[in-house]
Design a binder for this molecule. Structure first.
Ligand SMILES: C[S@@+](CC[C@H](N)C(=O)[O-])C[C@H]1O[C@@H](n2cnc3c(N)ncnc32)[C@H](O)[C@@H]1O
Length: 275
């Protein structure tokens, strides 16, 4: 669970603003386009099902799900960011899809009737939640018997960001984004303690390539701007400078001939509502 004080910046507001700003180019520069399709595969969608897509963004999963379940089924797609939803709406219109309802809002402040859905999907948004375990328990109630949840979370390693998270942790700063579901055990515990049987937990290799040292060092600025690393925005400037200096030293020391390998694994986690 994220630690927020009364003085902390508004995490949900920052998240919505960040994705509003990225919305027009999100589909071109999203890091892991393949991830949504891995989640869909595990969700085992069929005609006529009722689906909730959480953090739908530009609708990557929601649109595909709507096509698979057909007009007998329905998709509710929710997101904090109005601009991401604008893109999703547009694409649904282009595809003449009439079985999707878009909702702008915070999933952690939204209510649905118990047993409303057959599937709950959440691609690249689970670790942006303030309280992921509480959310999973709630999603369990929203699912019908035998209902399936499928989501992803950064695994190990998570590229250059693994170095940032480890140094922050040495400084006593917990970055939930990197640590909520980074191991198979944590994924299993999350499912089992929220009323799910484990169907599948797959570490999926998303990226493995050499990066120039300069690009690896630039990951710091990109990460700091992302709501995933929100906790770092509360760190006093002097401490943040020290963490950054350690990051730069470690990345530089890890480079060989000016290159460093970035390897990114995402854990794709699928559970079935325990009967
Ligand atoms: C990285 S994008 C993923 C979008 C899409 N699922 C995909 O796979 O392309 C994360 C999305 O989650 C949304 N999001 C984050 N926290 C949320 C919350 N509490 N409630 C609803 N949406 C949220 C963000 O606004 C953003 O559009």
């Amino acid at each position: 669970m994220r630690n927020e004080t009364e003085d902390s910046p508004d995490f949900k507001g920052l998240t919505a603003d960040y994705f509003d700003r990225r919305s027009e180019t999100y589909d071109q520069d999203a890091l892991f386009p393949k991830l949504a399709f891995v989640i869909l595969k595990h969700a085992n969608l069929q005609q006529g099902l009722s689906v909730l897509d959480i953090g739908t963004g530009t609708g990557r999963l929601a649109l595909q799900a709507a096509k698979t379940i057909g007009n007998e089924g329905s998709v509710i797609a929710i997101d904090l960011s109005s601009e991401m939803l604008t893109q999703a709406h547009f694409k649904a219109g282009m595809d003449s899809l009439t079985n999707i309802q878009f909702i702008q809002g915070d999933i952690e402040a939204t209510e649905f009737e118990d047993a409303s859905f057959d599937r709950i999907l959440c691609s690249s948004a689970f670790v942006l939640l303030a309280d992921p375990l509480k959310a999973l328990k709630t999603w369990n109630l929203w699912l019908r018997p035998q209902g399936i949840v499928s989501f992803d979370a950064p695994g190990e390693p998570f590229g250059i960001n693994t170095i940032i998270a480890a140094i922050a942790s040495n400084h006593g700063i917990n970055l939930p984004y990197a640590q909520v579901a980074n191991t198979i055990d944590k994924c299993r515990n999350l499912l089992e303690s929220s009323g799910f049987d484990v169907l599948d937990i797959s570490p999926e290799l998303m990226q493995e390539h050499p990066m120039q040292l300069e690009d690896a060092l630039a990951v710091w600025d990109k990460s700091i701007a992302h709501p995933a690393w929100f906790e770092l925005t509360n760190v006093p400037a002097g401490a943040l400078r020290r963490i950054r200096a350690e990051f730069e030293a470690e990345v530089t020391a890890s480079a060989t001939n000016g290159n460093i390998v970035s390897k990114i694994v995402m854990n794709v986690v699928t559970g079935q509502k325990r009967s």
